[in-house]
Design a protein around this ligand. Structure first.
Ligand SMILES: [Zn+2]
Length: 145
């Protein structure tokens, strides 16, 4: 059996879970360039950038920075990709005239890192002084609070 593409327990709604189940059954990775359907904001040699289809409440902007290659962990990419990622973040920060940002990147086994899609993707959000809701990212498996 191939490794799972999605971690269904990490779905944040029934709609999202059903969507993920369907893709898993069909073996479709939503972040691989040939399957992703979100509008591409811009791309570089190693990454493409889109707005998150399910932005976290409380963020002013929520981008996903996605490697074009299907990798599960940051260290599967060369150091040059890390420099590219930094430049992308700088570009997005400047475009949004952001006073504050946050970057969340879950890497490796989804059963441990709280992620929902195996394909590595970097969340980059713009924050404000009075958010509609406190922005929280889960970065581990479920455990006692
Ligand atoms: Zn993929």
């Amino acid at each position: 059996m191939p490794e799972a593409l999605y971690h269904l327990e990490a779905a944040r709604s029934d709609d999202q879970r059903a969507y993920m189940e369907d893709l898993e059954e069909r073996g479709i990775c939503v972040f691989c360039p040939e399957h992703q359907r979100a509008e591409i904001d811009f791309e570089t040699d190693s990454f493409y950038v889109t707005h998150n289809a399910w932005p976290y409440r409380g963020t002013r902007e929520h981008w996903l920075i996605v490697p074009k290659e299907h990798v599960r962990a940051f260290d599967e990419l060369p150091d040059e990709s890390g420099a590219e990622l930094w430049a992308i973040r700088r570009r997005l920060k400047e475009r949004a005239a952001a006073e504050a940002t946050a970057t969340v990147e879950r890497s490796g086994d989804m059963r441990y890192n709280g992620g929902s899609v195996a394909h590595l993707h970097i969340h980059f959000v713009v924050l404000e002084p009075s958010p509609a809701k406190t922005v929280r990212f889960r970065v581990s498996a479920w455990g006692p609070e």
